[in-house]
Design a protein around this ligand. Structure first.
Ligand SMILES: *Cc1c(COP(=O)(O)O)cnc(C)c1O
Length: 393
């Protein structure tokens, strides 16, 4: 069975991913089950997507009933689910209008477009967007060009012009990178794919002050850190500054694809009719599901629970031999490992023990658990991680 699936995968899919040894066939809350009936505790959430747990009954019901009633009408028509969701997103973040799309990459693509057109209105013919090394914004040519490590791949050249990368969390380098052509600073508040590295308040404040002085825009990519992951609905809400544009995706649809670029009131009119579009974007099913996700996540008790579980896991791991540091906030955690420990090896041994997480760099385990596990399950996860690190030491 497995061998046959693997053979067909190799034959019929472009080989852009290295996939796991196990085949997941069913999910329920914080748990996943493989084709042999083995149970796994999910500390990855499909990379920060299924934050409310797998196959949440209210999301299943919302998607199925909307699909049965009205599936898709295109953006040529008004749509109440879309407007409802936009209103919620806007009022719950930075207050301006929303552009919908289908992924994080596309949300950032929209932000890049807004930033460039905003600059054009200020008379800038060759706009520049400043990004940070280690940042990740997606895989289309715009988002890729904003992702310094991957933009360096010459086999994929040429990249889009107009992107300048500075060292991670270096506010002085950021200040020096500003020119008359600066259109925007685009950044995560906590770099996720890099291995969970939060920016200091100092750099966030510098980014806000510098963009404001220059008349440029500050773009926060909340694709991974947003929708409750850090213990507030949006990570920037824990301070110290607000962006002009915010992008969201991943957990926004709870497993259903949707992305959004939210503007401030001042930047919300930059894109006009014909400037941007997407066939599927903001469709009734995606919109209803995302609104339900926000209903469920944006509750003080749940956000408190995310912080509580995060602290529980953090303090459990901080005492473990072989753990150098635990970075991040809420349930977005990077576990820094001692020299000589091999993150991917520990990830594999954890998989064999029934715990799913990933290792975005050799010295780091990344934890993006679901918000719906019990204290006991959180402790079990910590225990397994400690055991696997102990065996690898
Ligand atoms: C995953 C991610 C993206 C890209 O999202 P896709 O849905 O894969 O296109 C962009 N930015 C951040 C911070 C991400 O974590």
């Amino acid at each position: 069975m497995r061998k046959e699936l693997e053979d067909r995968e190799h034959r019929f899919l472009m080989q852009t991913y290295r996939r796991s040894e196990i085949d997941l066939v069913r999910g329920e809350g914080p748990l996943l089950f493989d084709s042999e009936g083995r149970e796994y505790l999910d500390f990855l959430s499909g990379i920060a997507v299924t934050s409310l747990g797998h196959c949440h009954p209210e999301l299943v019901e919302t998607a199925s009933s909307q699909m049965a009633e009205l599936d898709h009408v295109s953006n040529l028509f008004f749509s109440e689910p879309m407007v409802d969701l936009a209103e919620r997103l806007s009022l719950g973040s930075i207050g301006g209008p929303v552009f919908f799309c289908n992924s994080g990459t596309e949300a950032n693509e929209c932000a890049i477009k807004v930033a460039r057109k905003h600059a054009s209105r200020r008379g800038i013919a060759s706009p520049e967007i400043i990004t940070f090394k280690g940042g990740f914004h997606g895989r289309s040519y715009g988002a890729l060009s904003a992702t310094p490590a991957m933009a360096a791949d010459e086999a994929l050249a040429p990249m889009l012009p107009g992107f300048v990368a500075v060292d991670f969390d270096d506010s002085e380098a950021l200040a020096n990178a500003f020119t008359d052509n600066t259109a925007a600073v685009m950044m995560e508040t906590i770099q996720g794919e890099a291995g969970v590295f939060p920016f200091s308040a100092e750099t966030l404040v510098a980014a806000r002050d510098l963009t404001r002085e220059a008349g440029a825009l500050l773009v926060f990519d909340e694709v991974q850190a947003g929708v409750g992951r850090t213990g507030s609905l949006w990570s920037f809400q824990q301070g110290p500054v607000q962006p002009d544009l915010m992008t969201s995706s991943k957990a926004l649809g709870g497993g259903f694809p949707i992305g959004a670029c939210v503007a401030s009131r001042e930047t919300g009119q930059v894109l006009e009719a014909g400037d941007h579009g997407s066939t599927f974007a903001g469709g009734p099913v995606a919109s209803r599901v995302a609104a339900k996700v926000l209903d469920l996540v944006d509750r003080p008790e749940l956000l408190h629970r995310v912080r509580e579980l995060g602290e529980r896991i953090r303090s459990g791991l901080e005492g473990v031999d072989g753990v150098v540091e635990v970075r991040g906030r809420g349930l977005m955690l990077g576990v820094g490992l001692d020299d000589g420990l091999d993150g991917p090896g520990i990830r594999d041994s954890l998989l064999a023990k029934g715990l799913i997480l990933n290792s975005p760099r050799p010295d780091t385990l990344r934890l993006l658990p679901t918000f719906v596990m019990s204290d006991r399950q959180a402790d079990d996860g910590v225990g397994l991680i400690a055991e696997a690190i102990g065996e690898a030491s």
